[in-house]
Design a protein around this ligand. Sequence first.
Ligand code: GCW
Length: 722
Amino acid sequence: MTYNQTVNKTLRALTLIILLFINNSSFANNGYKVWLQYNHINDDNLRQNYTSQLQSLQLYGNSKTINVIENELNIALKSLLNINLDKNSDKRGLIIGTISTLNSNILSKLKKEEKQLKKDGFIIKQIEVNNKKQIVITAKTKIGVLYGTFNFLRQLQMHQPLENINIVNSPKVDVRMLNHWDNLDRTVERGYSGFSIWDWHRLPDYLDTRYTDYARANASIGINGTALTNVNSDALILTPHYIKKVKALADLFRPYGIKVYLTARFSAPIELGNLETADPLDKKVAQWWKDKTSEIYKEIPDFGGFLVKANSEGQPGPQNYGRNHVDGANMLADAVKPFKGIVMWRAFVYSEHNPEDRAKQAYSEFVPYDGKFRDNVLIQVKNGAIDFQPREPFHPMFGAMPKTNLMMEFQITQEYMGQGTHLVYQPKLFEEVLEADTYREGKGSTVAKVIDGSLHNKKITGIAGVANIGTDINWTGHHFLQANWYGFGRMAWNPHLKSSDIAEEWIRMTFSNQDDFVKPIKKMMLSSRETVVNYMTPYGLHHIMATGHHYGPGPWVGNLSRPEWNPVYYHKADEIGIGFNRSKTGSNATSQYAPQVEKMYNNVKTTPERDLLWFHHVPWDYKLKNGESLWNGLALKYQAGVEEVKEMKSTWASLKKYVDPQRFKEISMMLDIQLQEAKWWRDSCLLYFQQFSQEPLPTTIKKPTKTLEHFQSLRFPFAPGN
Ligand code: GCW
């Protein structure tokens, strides 16, 4: 062999090794790309079919958003089909731009669709131009075109046919936002996936690539707002030093259609402005907020507005000065009004000085103010009246304030639902709440219609989700919990969507299009929410989690200073039975619902069993619909929860060949934790409640191997998110 031959041979071997290495490492998947995996399409027919229709790209208009669109198409098409679109040809392909940039020939073919467009809605349609079939993606706004592009890419990711494609789709809710409970020191209240992604110290000069990927992911599901800071807020965020940092994020997010919002600490005029009071009716205070607001808008002309937690869990608010929520919210609303900003005022209020059932307090405090809030105020209401439990009946405020803008707050992060380690597909919960019938305007007055504004003809509507995002490589800690971020965005866009359809989209984009994988995984996701209810809080039990961090069970806790922070306050177990009597013979929380709903919940027989102990104190020997006594039924539900997690584990294990090794292993380990913890919940709750029921466990349930004292002695001083 000559010297050259040897060199050539060595080079070839090296190349092979490098290729192998690249292949191998691209085989591992850390989940960073969430549902924007753009997995290569291996089916030759499909790939050729797509490729034949996607040869050129005609992009109209000049803006940062158009650049974002082009960039996303490049990333996606390279990865899905290994192609680059030709920008200098009129071969078959894509025509993309806002309606105002398209020529009349094209527009004449979109007349019918154009009429259906609302706000940032979009059209994707195959039309014929000069005897060639082209796919047009258009909208009234640039952001609409971006949404259309992402929807188009979703079609490819889901292997949908492009021939004759014709999609018109508009958002049904105006403000679709994430609430980050992120502190300025980068801890995240109720965050279970690392630290805050906002690197305040390095901002504004250092822009982490994560910000861009965050914006891409959010834009792909239609999220158009982000409240960057914790509702338990720090006034510092309103100082010039921080406003510069916020501006840097706002500038970066703008092309993606995402506005930034900040939480406003009500006492900021005192803390930052050296005023003596934060009384909303004080002229100097109102002026301080006006000045502060102008200062923000000078830097961020499209700043979204303020999110406020006031007079709740120790946060300052107008009541500190003898004023009320209307005074506080309207004062801030007037400050942002000239700039088209909004104020989201939270209804999550309850007081330890108020002996009234905690579930009733928000309604009692807010409903009398219906019609008194400015038109740029949205009252942000949690989905249920207590606090993001695995299951709660819908909040009675929905539908009860026809003259007020009410928005929904869901908690995507799983404070009370297994935190960062339990696989729970939350859109199932969101759907249950949105489909609930308030009966406020007769049958069919669903919560979804309150939220999309159609029930009471609202001009501005909104929905917020408390983010589950952190610095973990895969953003949400558990890969499957990305589905909750995804699903929240999809339901914020359209609260009438089906959670099952959303699950299917997510699985196909995130993992695989193979039906043998999609079907069982979808089934597993859809039942996972009921599973967590079963092993934590069956039959309407609630708030029996451990103190403070809320990690794990703590039904025995009864020594906290605030009565309504104690689990015993909620389950009220005694020798007779268990449950909170909220019917007319008890706290009468049922009276806060429309008469039809009130009637249903007042009667133990007509109350859906899933909400039984939420509304009634029920004797241990009460006969359930399935013929079991309440005690046995409860125990069997806990057991069923455990069995279901075992099933999830075996489903997952059986699908190994469809999943990359990294995600497969990580999810397997998480499921192991979930099973251990489901057993922990079952055993500790049953041992504790058994002290009251004095009944044996049904024979099908194994006797717990640990004692109640053992469970009660467990401590987790560093549980995350606290
Ligand atoms: O769920 C409770 C949480 C608090 C949270 C509060 C709220 C941000 O335990 O951590 O505070 O709700 O929603 O304001």
